[in-house]
Ligand binder design. Structure first.
Ligand SMILES: O=C(O)CCC(=O)C(=O)O
Length: 260
C-alpha cells in the first residue's frame, strides 16, 4: 500500500537522524518507546566510531582511519575560467558514488566563496534565523572578533549521523570545504554497520552520488591542520579576517537540488 510520508513524519525523521531528542524537537512527537538504542553497536560501526572521534576527553587516533577504497587519478580540466584550475586536479572516487576532487577550484574562487559565506550569508534573514546552523550568532561573533570564541566554536562543531533523503531528491549532493579539515564519515549500511572515514580539506569538492547519495554520513570533528595532511587555506588572500577565521574554523557549503 502506498503510504504518504511528509517531511515531518516522526518515523522518517528518526530514520534520518537516529536521534530521538532531535526528532522530538523537530516534530513535536514523543519518541519514548521507539527503538533508539544504539549503545550496543559494534566498536567498528559508524555510530561507535562517530562517538569515538567526537570525544573531547581524549585525543582520538586520526592516523588509523578506515579509508575508502578510492580509485585515484590526476586530470587536466582544460577549462578556461578564473574559477577552475586547468590542470593538476586530483580525483578520488569509490565504486559506490563518493567522489572527492582536490585542487579543482582557484584560490580566487575559494576566497570569494569564503567571503560570501562568512560576511554576506550570515547577514541575511535566512542565515541569521537558521536555528540549526551557526549563522544566527556568527555575525555577532565576527563583529566582536575574538579568536578564542571562534576556536571554541570550531572545536565544538560536528554534524551528527544523518542521510539527506528527506526531500526525495536524487540529484547528487555537492559540498565545498573551506578552512580547517573536517573528518567525514560515510556508512556502508545502517548506523550500527561499518563506515569509511576521510578528511575533507580546504578547497575539496565532495560529491555524493549513486548508492552513496542516500548513505548515512557525518562530520564528528573539525581538526587542526597538524592533525591531517596539512592542506591549509592559502594565506595570500587579501582578506585578513577571512584568513584568520579559516585558520581556526571550517565552512562547508552544500549544494543540493530542492523541491518547492
Ligand atoms: O560538512 C560536511 O562536509 C558535510 C555536510 C553534510 O553532511 C550535509 O550537507 O548533509
Amino acid at each position: 500500500m502506498f503510504r504518504m510520508i511528509t517531511a515531518l513524519d516522526p518515523e522518517r525523521l528518526y530514520y534520518n537522524t537516529g536521534n530521538s531528542k532531535n526528532t522530538e524537537k523537530r516534530s513535536g512527537v514523543c519518541m519514548a518507546g521507539k527503538n533508539c538504542d544504539l549503545e550496543n553497536a559494534p566498536a567498528d560501526s559508524l555510530h561507535a566510531r562517530f562517538k569515538y572521534f567526537k570525544r573531547k576527553d581524549i585525543k582520538p587516533d586520526f592516523s588509523k582511519l578506515n579509508a575508502p577504497d578510492f580509485q585515484q587519478k590526476i586530470i587536466d580540466t582544460n577549462v578556461d575560467s578564473w574559477m577552475i584550475n586547468s590542470s593538476g586536479v586530483k580525483v578520488l572516487q569509490t565504486k559506490s558514488g563518493l567522489l572527492i576532487c582536490k585542487n579543482l577550484f582557484s584560490k580566487k574562487l575559494l576566497q570569494r566563496l569564503g567571503e560570501e559565506a562568512l560576511f554576506e550569508y550570515t547577514k541575511t534573514e535566512v542565515g541569521r534565523n537558521n536555528l540549526i546552523n551557526v549563522g544566527r550568532t556568527l555575525t555577532d561573533k565576527i563583529v566582536n572578533w575574538s579568536a578564542d570564541d571562534i576556536l571554541k566554536q570550531a572545536n565544538n562543531s560536528s554534524i551528527g549521523i544523518h542521510r539527506d533523503d528527506i526531500d526525495y531528491q536524487i540529484a547528487p549532493i555537492m559540498t565545498i570545504s573551506l578552512g580547517c579539515p573536517g573528518l567525514f564519515q560515510i556508512g556502508k549500511g545502517e548506523r550500527d554497520e561499518e563506515g569509511y572515514e576521510v578528511f575533507l580539506e580546504h578547497g575539496d569538492l565532495c560529491i555524493l552520488d549513486g548508492p552513496d547519495r542516500s548513505a548515512f554520513h557525518a562530520v564528528p570533528r573539525i581538526l587542526s591542520f597538524e592533525d591531517t595532511t596539512g592542506v591549509e587555506p592559502l594565506s595570500a588572500s587579501d582578506n585578513s579576517r577571512l584568513d584568520a577565521y579559516l585558520r581556526q574554523s571550517r565552512i562547508n557549503i552544500s549544494l543540493r537540488q530542492c523541491k518547492n
